[in-house]
Design a binder for this molecule. Structure first.
Ligand code: FES
Length: 122
């Protein structure tokens, strides 16, 4: 009986590995291009300078999985390598197909590092 109670408590507790911010890079990695992409666990994350800050979107194109950040962002837009779908950097919204949007990650810059939360921004 005591073991069953322990199981219930364990499953109710949030998983800190999912909700906590993780340091994925140093700020220096944004130079010289102001952007980079990196796999962290099963997330391919596109990190870039935007509006005086740093943003993070999924680097995986929802069209067929191409690398959104392969090319340099131009005029606030990323163009996917595979079929040239265009994505607005500010929102992740697809400009080619209005039904598609890139996943956004919460990001913060702290202690010279870039920290990302590996859950969807709500
Ligand atoms: S996979 Fe990105 S445009 Fe097709």
């Amino acid at each position: 009986m005591a073991m069953q109670e322990e199981k219930i408590e364990a499953s109710a507790a949030p998983d800190p590995s999912v909700t906590a911010f993780r340091r994925i890079a140093s700020v220096a990695e944004l130079e010289p291009y102001g952007q980079f992409s990196k796999w962290v666990d099963d997330h391919d994350i596109l990190v870039f300078r935007h509006g005086g800050g740093v943003k993070a979107l999924s680097n995986i194109c929802p069209h067929f999985g191409g690398p959104v950040g392969y090319h340099q962002m131009k005029d606030g837009v990323f163009t996917c390598l595979w079929h040239n779908y265009r994505y607005e950097a500010a929102t992740g919204r697809c400009l080619t197909n209005g039904k598609l949007c890139l996943r956004e990650y919460q990001v913060k810059v702290e202690d010279g590092g870039i920290w990302v939360q590996l859950v969807e921004k709500i």
